[in-house]
Design a protein around this ligand. Structure first.
Ligand SMILES: NC(=O)c1ccc[n+]([C@@H]2O[C@H](COP(=O)([O-])OP(=O)(O)OC[C@H]3O[C@@H](n4cnc5c(N)ncnc54)[C@H](O)[C@@H]3O)[C@@H](O)[C@H]2O)c1
Length: 373
């Protein structure tokens, strides 16, 4: 008998009985911890009754760690057990190479998934997974977490406000240390067979999705990639010029450097005809705004938080839960499962970002601009 708890869910406006969702997880690593922390916060706040049923990792010690630390009822090193465990949803948090098999199996079993980005190592894999998910009408969300960032939600609203004119350009810089070592406890990002590419695919897929969300479809891309660390096929520098169907343009500089002491950092500047916006926060932080006749003003973190909560309306979780894009993406996923609505960002959205990555890699190889199909 499945436990049901009565929860006051603000978006339903009434007290509703929510069933306890049974969750499984493949890949007990860095991002899985972020998801589990978020899920446990939602459960503790009484918003989302859920049970951590089954954790899977190739390394038994990691499974054991997740069982001990997070209270998973059981663990396995064989991902196929996920499909016999009576789960309501599966989190796919393994390295990129291993997404394919898990996604195809989940589609075959009709098991809803939350799958981490990048979807796959190359466009062919991503197309295959997207087809499988769509043919199975599977509830499937991707970890394109910047879509849930308070600062970017507010910037996007300010970018499209009436009177600011057409969006003209973006200057986007994203840098982090080469993600092996430091707070990364694994090496797979330096193995081309597993990772499929470098900074652009593995990390800046987020940035391309964000630029597309802000400016619309990309028509053409010109890119150059470099390999300072000497790892074949894994670029640590990618510089892109993107041309949007709207007429706007953007530059993206994506770097994996060797400064272990430097935190991952994004800086985004946006220009409309009559408005300038900038932020160097990618979750919650300040935004600089300048309009046609005024000086530069700073929207404080509190002001950004207030605007973001207004945007979320009744869907906003209380207190600091609304500050974390990871909490918000998990909440959105669980709510979509409960309400039977299509989760977002979906595979079609991920595929569109992967098409830009693919065109950028072609452009870098051919040293020429490439149309994004
Ligand atoms: N959305 C984000 O902000 C974000 C951040 C970091 C990573 N990611 C993505 O999450 C995924 C995992 O990255 P990570 O940083 O957590 O890596 P990680 O190395 O910290 O964790 C991966 C775990 O998967 C396990 N594993 C490897 N192959 C497996 C298999 N076949 N079956 C089961 N388990 C397996 C490893 O032993 C490890 O414990 C990647 O796709 C990555 O791009 C997303």
């Amino acid at each position: 008998m499945r436990i049901r708890r009565t929860v006051y869910a603000r978006e339903y406006r009434i007290k509703v009985k929510l069933k306890t969702l049974r969750l499984g997880l493949i890949g007990c690593g860095h991002i899985a911890q972020m998801h589990i922390d978020s899920l446990l916060k939602l459960r503790e706040a009484g918003l989302e009754p859920l049970e951590l049923v089954l954790a899977c990792d190739l390394e038994p010690e990691r499974v054991e760690l997740f069982r001990r630390n997070y209270g998973f009822a059981s663990g396995t090193t064989d991902f196929r057990r996920m499909f016999e465990a009576g789960l309501d949803a599966l989190y796919i948090c393994s390295p990129t190479r291993d997404h394919l098999e898990s996604v195809l199996q989940a589609a075959g079993h009709g098991l809803p998934i939350f799958c981490e980005k990048p979807v796959g190592r190359n466009l062919a894999e991503v197309e295959r997974m997207t087809r499988a998910v769509e043919e199975a009408s599977l509830s499937a969300q991707l970890g394109l977490v910047l879509r849930f960032s308070p600062v970017y939600q507010v910037m996007r609203q300010l970018l499209h406000e009436q009177g600011v004119g057409r969006p003209m350009a973006a200057v986007f810089r994203d840098d982090q240390y080469f993600p092996v070592g430091g707070s990364y406890h694994s090496q797979w990002r330096s193995d081309l067979e597993v990772v499929g590419g470098g900074a652009l695919l593995e990390h800046s897929i987020h940035d391309l999705d964000l630029l597309r969300w802000f400016f619309g479809e990309v028509n053409r891309v010109e890119a150059r990639t470099d390999y300072f660390s000497g790892r074949v096929g894994i670029e640590d520098s990618a510089v892109l010029l993107l041309e949007f169907a709207s007429g706007a343009r953007a530059t993206l500089v994506s770097l994996w450097h060797q400064m272990l002491g430097r935190e991952s950092n994004r800086n985004l500047e946006l220009f409309c005809e009559r408005r300038y916006l900038a932020s160097s926060a990618d979750m919650l932080g300040t935004i600089l705004v300048q309009d046609q006749h005024g000086p530069v003003r700073t929207l404080s973190t509190r002001a950004v938080d207030r605007s973001h909560r207004r945007m979320l309306g009744r869907k906003a979780p209380p207190g600091e839960l609304a500050h974390s894009p990871y909490v918000l993406e998990n909440l959105a996923f669980l709510r979509s499962l409960r309400t039977g609505t299509r989760p977002f960002p979906d595979f079609a959205t991920g595929l569109a970002a992967h098409r830009i990555v693919d065109a950028a890699y072609q452009s870098a190889r051919q040293q020429a601009p490439i149309s994004v199909s």
